[in-house]
Write a new protein. Structure first.
Length: 400
């Protein structure tokens, strides 16, 4: 007897499935960085591969961390279990979105929440609908529990952008196949396109008529909010119980290490089902404490948007001057780019050897063999270094 036979059927299936993401748990990134330094004589490797806010977290958090009595506060809480109802944080998030605090479920990052949703809704043979390219974790986790994907590939000729035709086709697929679940990211990950609110409502309404659920992952949503309002599909939860909207503290709040994400829904059955798969204590008191502080600093979020816009536009102007590089427009802090003379792996390697890690999207469903990398808009100095790295690649191409 082999131990593999003891594993569940779904686990054996998951072990044979290849991930379509640009991130792998099997990759030791720190080891990779040290190797790149050694092999190429680099003092530093710049991380353009992770979509986080390069400006860092709130000044309020900096102030708290510098307080002398923080250590005593940590000691007081270290020996106790954290609050597993997150009352204070849920109330703050409820005020921000104008919703009932009871409509919130928190999780250890959105990856865990996506896992909870997949297990709550899908079983062997259940169909789920997903436009691609998209956040590949949606499909990975859905397939692990036996879900059957229905993919809607977006057109390369339209730069993989959603159009009114995309909405029409999705409605037809919803009506024809009656899938259990529709996965959406907005802004779209990885293209960075911001989808109109009316499209979210059209799709949610169409799914409600078919008795199916909708997930709108707004991990990058704060980048398309305005200083006046939160521009979120969360408003639709007051009308549609089949809708789940996700947000996180990992992106614009620059707190990925806290692993605090959250779901919003008015569906009581949905809230109970998702909570069923949530661990009793998914994160520490410290994570809850700092997320609570971040949630009240609206000025930090507004300033992050303003700073990004300036650097984003400047970087795009620099990239436009390059002869062999092109990029896709984006409303977030990431950009997809490629080189007309190099395959994605060749470009990734060329940039890595010059000290820049990027995300290779060539395995992502909907972008396979399109030779795109994804980069994060970093500080002005880091962006300038990256552009100089691209210029060197062009010079090498011309010399070869």
């Amino acid at each position: 007897m082999t131990t593999q036979n003891i594993l569940s059927r779904h686990t054996r299936l998951a072990l044979t499935a290849e991930t379509e993401d640009y991130v792998s748990k099997d990759t030791d990134e720190h080891k990779l960085i040290e190797q790149l330094k050694r092999d190429n004589g680099l003092e530093k490797v710049y991380r353009f591969d992770i979509g986080k806010n390069s400006d860092g977290y709130s000044d309020l958090i900096t102030g708290i961390l510098e307080k002398a009595d923080l250590a005593e506060l940590c000691r007081q809480n270290l020996a106790d279990y954290p609050d597993n109802h997150y009352r204070l944080l849920r109330r703050r998030l409820a005020d921000l979105h104008g919703l009932d605090p009871e409509w919130f479920v928190l999780s250890a990052g959105l990856e865990s929440m996506i896992d909870h949703i997949s297990r709550a809704f899908l079983q062997n043979g259940d169909a789920f609908l997903i436009p691609v390219p998209n956040f590949s974790v949606f499909a990975d986790f859905s397939i692990r529990v036996g879900g059957r994907p229905i993919y809607l590939p977006l057109e390369p000729e339209a730069n993989f952008q959603w159009t009114a035709g995309t909405i029409s086709t999705l409605k037809s697929l919803i009506s024809a196949h009656g899938p259990k679940l529709l996965w959406i990211s907005n802004p779209v990950n990885p293209t960075g396109q911001s989808l109109p609110f009316k499209w979210m409502e059209e799709l949610t309404a169409a799914c409600a008529l078919q008795g199916m659920a909708v997930v709108v992952d707004e991990a990058y949503g704060e980048y398309t909010d305005t200083d006046r309002e939160v521009v979120s599909a969360s408003r639709l939860t007051q009308k549609y119980e089949n809708l789940m909207v996700l947000r996180t503290f990992s992106k614009i709040h620059a707190l990925p290490n806290l692993r605090v994400g959250y779901l919003m829904s008015s569906g009581r059955d949905i809230l109970k089902a998702v909570s069923l798969y949530r661990p009793m204590f998914p994160f520490s008191w410290f994570s809850l404490f700092l997320a609570g502080i971040a949630s009240i600093d609206e000025e930090h979020v507004q300033e992050a948007r303003r700073k990004l816009l300036v650097r984003h536009e400047r970087l795009c102007r620099q990239l436009e001057k390059l002869k062999t590089f092109s990029y896709l427009p984006s409303q977030t802090n990431t950009l997809m780019l490629r080189n007309s003379h190099l395959e994605a792996t060749e470009l990734w390697q060329g940039l890595a050897q010059k000290g820049f890690l990027t995300a290779n999207l060539n395995r992502v469903n909907g972008l396979k063999d399109q030779n795109f990398l994804r980069i994060t808009v970093c500080s002005e100095e880091e962006n300038d270094r990256f552009v100089r790295g691209c210029q060197k690649i062009e010079q090498e191409l011309m010399a070869s």
